[in-house]
Design a binder for this molecule. Sequence first.
Ligand SMILES: [Zn+2]
Length: 268
Amino acid sequence: MLKPRNSLLPVILLSLCCLARAPLCRVEAAGADPARRVAPVPHSGLIESVPAKYRERYLAWKNDLLSTESGRVQWEAYTSNPRFTLTVVISNDDRHGAGTGSYKWSDSGELVAATITLGNRIDEGYPNPIYYPVMYSLAPLSESFPIEGHVLAAAKMAHELGHVKQAASTSGELYKLQNQLMPVYNQTLLSNGRDTHDKRLTELAHQMGGTPVQIWENREYWGEVNAMLYLRERFTDEEQQRAFFTRVRRTVELYAKDYAERFELVTQ
Ligand SMILES: [Zn+2]
């Protein structure tokens, strides 16, 4: 499969961008009864907005994530953080997908809030290899090594936590500027016959620090690195771990070669 850098696919993918998904309101609109959810912690720390009917599976996914040190350390850092609010929502929309958004920054530019939205069946559905080389690699691996438990769901949660981590380490001004200008770039690209040499586009890319595809890749691959941190601990069988690393390296080589270095750091 060719990486669609010059086709419309990146634009379409961007329009489905997991970073732009609606937060809590979508769950409310889906008819969940707020009174039956896990009681939220007010103001800061971790808020889990999980309809009662999904609570059992959500806890199983979360426990799988927390069975690794990397998952536990990250999760606990949010649970006890008085300066940051992480909201986790389970949604009926996009059942196999997940997304992170509703970022908020303080006046001093510090990231103070984010919302992770998880589909209600994230334990199913392997994402595409182009932007998700780590999670995708679980699918072929499962043919030779049955993957136990809720590994796929917990990997998706780790991927989203990677987005929060990446956003926290990026300047708030730049992050907001990128989110504001990416749709402008895509609109212009669609209206100019997809001429990427258009001066308006090169100027926008200069302002944003990359094209929307490059920004998207950077964000997604940091999410994937975080999923990898969880998975390399989760696979305790050496042979399984080695086979998985080989799959990931091969997929990265095919689709994310420019970013191989960041994956190498976690597949050694
Ligand atoms: Zn993502």
